[in-house]
Design a protein around this ligand. Structure first.
Ligand code: HEM
Length: 394
């Protein structure tokens, strides 16, 4: 059994887990992201993980933390097993996730269990198929407006991009009637800011009820050509969809910064800068790993930036390498998770993101960041110049 020394536990907490928490697990905090970008904090995190693997070998490494059995994975085949054997015996609904997500999506599939989880999973899988919505037409409409704006200002900023992005998202999820409802997504943002604090922040019942009422009004229209027209009780699921589309916007903006195109471009952006940097599972029984047993209720941690950017194993660690998605993939490259708990929104994200890249790419070109790509890329600060001088990431 690999049990980390107190010093190594402190290192993992200080350079891997706390910076991830500080950036904001549910919604990114701009100030911390700016600092993380300057310090390239993910670089240190990946180095800590490499040292840990060198020191303790491939077994899951237990941290010395009182009150919780925590095991950090370092072996790609263990990552595959953990995700493949979810939700039993490795539950997606860990205590930490429940505490965070109860703030804005208490009925979401991610923190559900047993038969209820199966029912909700099916609703999500059925509803989130890209062919349910005219993604390309919606994107084209909105991206054309953005293109004109960029042509007049000479640059694409995160603020301009994200306004367009949220119009696209509200139309895809709720229909044209929600296009201009900034209040809806602003209220969700406030709830997500509370969720960053998980157990520590009181629940704002009034705000949550206001958000849910607004959302239910949109859903009641069941607008044709939007996800809201899909069958099943969607009201408890849509908060997660809106929340997760934020990550998809970040991934798309970063894809623009590296000159990526198509669905592989979106996948690469999500590999290089995973928006779910920590995938968590909680064991419901004692489980055996490399010959040793870990107790029931162990929290398993997969720190994806380590597996996605590990220079010891991946020759393409720090460059844009869309070709890897055509070949059998390393089992620990999992920006959308894997196994039965894989992101059911994946194809919709790829369709939406790739449509944005293609539409903007028709009229605009941005000089791309080149290898070695930064370990941390603060999306808030990305400014893409359309003039010849080059991409500036402040
Ligand atoms: C770049 C964008 C996205 C990425 C990288 C991403 C990634 C992920 C990951 C890693 C998980 C697993 C989380 C865990 O195991 O705790 C997940 C779950 C999930 N995602 Fe996404 N996601 C994205 C966007 C979306 C979108 C836009 C939707 C919906 C419209 C969505 C719907 C879901 C749902 C419903 C789950 C829960 C699945 C379950 O519990 O079985 N995701 N996603």
């Amino acid at each position: 059994m690999a049990i980390s020394s107190r010093l190594d536990t402190a290192r993992v907490l200080a350079t891997v887990l706390l910076p991830t928490l500080a950036k904001g697990v549910i919604v990114r905090r701009p100030g911390v992201m700016a600092a993380a970008g300057k310090l390239q904090s993910d670089q240190r995190a990946v180095e800590t993980m490499r040292k840990l693997r060198d020191r303790y070998g491939p077994e899951p490494i237990r941290l010395r933390v009182t009150g919780r059995s925590i095991a950090v994975l370092v072996d790609p085949t263990d990552v595959h097993r953990l995700l493949d054997e979810s939700p039993e015996p490795f539950a997606l609904a860990t205590k930490e996730k429940k505490a965070a997500l109860q703030h804005f999506q208490p009925h979401g599939v991610l923190i559900s269990e047993g038969a209820e989880r199966e029912r909700l999973r099916e609703i999500n899988e059925r509803a989130l198929r890209p062919e349910n919505v005219p993604v390309e037409a919606i994107v084209r409409d909105e991206a054309d407006l953005l293109t004109r704006h960029v042509m007049s200002t000479g640059e694409l900023t995160w603020d301009a991009f994200s306004q367009t992005w949220w119009r696209i998202v509200r139309r895809i999820v709720l229909g044209d009637g929600a296009r201009g409802d900034d209040q809806l997504t602003d209220d969700l943002l406030a709830l997500r800011q509370n969720a960053n604090w998980a157990f520590l922040h009181p629940k704002q019942r009034g705000l949550r009820e206001r958000f849910q009422r607004r959302l239910d009004d949109h859903l009641a229209r069941a607008e044709k050509g939007s996800l809201a027209a899909q069958p099943g009780d969607l009201s408890g699921q849509v908060p997660h969809w809106l929340f997760a589309f934020d990550a998809a916007g970040i991934v798309t903006m970063r894809a623009l910064a590296i000159g990526a195109r198509g669905t592989h471009g979106i996948l690469e952006s999500a590999r290089l800068w995973p928006t779910t940097p920590v995938i968590l599972r909680e064991s419901t029984i004692a489980t055996r790993w490399h010959g040793t047993w870990l107790p029931e209720d162990t929290l398993f941690v997969v720190f994806t930036p380590f597996f996605h950017r590990d220079p010891d194993r991946l020759p393409h660690a720090d460059r844009y390498a869309p070709e890897i998605w055509d070949r059998p993939l390393d089992p620990a490259i999992v920006p959308f998770s894997g196994g039965p708990g894989v992101c059911p929104g994946r194809d919709l994200v790829l369709a939406t993101g790739a449509a944005v890249l293609d539409t903007l790419g028709e009229h605009l070109s941005f000089p791309a960041l080149t290898a070695p790509l930064p370990a941390t890329l603060n999306h808030f600060a990305i400014r893409l110049r359309t003039t010849p001088t080059g991409t500036r990431v402040a």
